[in-house]
Design a protein around this ligand. Structure first.
Ligand SMILES: C[S@@+](CC[C@H](N)C(=O)[O-])C[C@H]1O[C@@H](n2cnc3c(N)ncnc32)[C@H](O)[C@@H]1O
Length: 325
């Protein structure tokens, strides 16, 4: 029997945890899940504390079984490209193990954190096929992308589905920072009667977004390249606005308030310190709304994932209503 780093989980939670591990790209697909009494042993490719981006409450219930000396280290899988964490040192060894997996063709290593206006990171080629372009599949959609030129993370797949599930046919959705389209494409595909307007400033992300609309055979997406401040001009009556630019979405809140339908919902992402996850940022949003003649009603405030020590990527959802209405 092969040894592997595993997590032990009660059967009743097995499927939901397995899906989470797929989202986090740490499920070891080469090994079978073993069942022991009322527990399952789910093989994983990395120690979870090394991943650094977990939904805390789910993983508190888990424990490790039989740590493996050869655990490959932290990496992220996007399509057939594995990206090793920038802090890993024995990258050649990790790459060798990764390339044994039939679905991994290229191994890169992150050389910087995600940064800059386009939220990209420096990547270095380590082994395998020399390429940066891949096709990633998620929730029944396909996404072509160049991992070195656009922002993308597989770790928001559950979040994207959660937003998509709120959209009804006939509604107008504005994705203000759409990237290669993981929110926009999923919504347009799930709700063919919805009208999706997707904006991004990165011309390469826009190129892939256009390709991805074609790849997924969608006719209900309008794509706009440019700064969201300007590109919202001419848009009105949005039922949902997705603001996934966590470090600076607040700078665009007036632009969003200017195009929202009375009663529309804003899905607002931010990075917050653990001492004040929601209240500070929500107060600023309330002040902006009041200045422009709106009232905001909080619908949900959630931690999406840990971001850095003491900092979290959070989502605040609120309904916007006119003071007159
Ligand atoms: C955190 S990424 C999110 C992308 C996408 N929503 C996703 O989940 O993959 C933020 C995106 O906002 C874009 N962006 C940054 N500043 C912008 C601006 N002023 N106007 C429009 N898009 C902008 C970046 O190019 C990047 O693709």
């Amino acid at each position: 029997m092969k040894e592997s780093l595993c997590i032990r989980v009660h059967r009743s939670e097995g499927e939901s945890i397995r899906k989470k591990l797929v989202d986090l790209c740490v499920l070891n697909m080469d090994l079978k899940i073993r069942s022991i009494g009322e527990y399952l042993l789910i093989p994983v490719t990395a120690r979870l504390e090394e991943i650094g981006e977990l939904t805390i409450d789910i993983f508190e219930v888990l424990e490790y079984e039989r740590p493996l000396a050869q655990a490959p280290g932290a990496y992220e899988l996007i399509g057939d490209i594995a990206i090793i964490d920038q802090h890993e040192v024995n990258v050649e060894d990790i790459a060798k193990i990764l390339l044994q997996h039939k679905n991994i063709k290229t191994v890169l290593q992150a050389k910087s954190a995600v940064s800059g206006e386009y939220r990209t990171r420096e990547l270095e080629f380590i082994a395998g096929e020399k390429k940066n372009e891949t096709v990633y599949r998620e929730n029944g959609c396909r996404y072509l992308l160049d991992v070195s030129k656009v922002y993308f993370t597989p770790r928001l797949s559950t979040e994207r589905m959660r937003i998509a599930e709120q959209v009804k046919d006939g509604e107008k959705i504005v994705d203000m920072f759409a990237g290669i389209g993981p929110f926009s494409i999923l919504i347009a595909k799930r709700s063919p009667g919805a009208q999706v307007i997707s904006i991004d400033k990165n011309p390469v992300a826009i190129k892939y977004l256009r390709e991805n609309a074609k790849l997924n055979k969608l006719g209900n997406i309008e794509i706009k390249e440019g700064d969201a401040h300007e590109e919202v001009s001419g848009i009105s009556d949005a039922d949902h606005i997705i603001m996934n630019l966590p470090h600076s979405a607040i700078e665009f809140i007036d632009a969003a308030l200017g195009i929202i339908n009375n009663g529309g919902i804003i899905h607002f992402y931010a990075i917050s310190h653990e001492d004040d996850l929601f209240e500070g940022i929500f107060k600023v949003i309330e002040e902006h709304a009041a200045r422009t003649g709106f009232r905001v009603i909080s619908l949900d405030k959630r931690i999406v994932r840990p971001y850095a020590p003491y900092q979290y990527n959070v989502c605040i959802e609120f309904r916007v209503v006119s003071r007159q209405g």
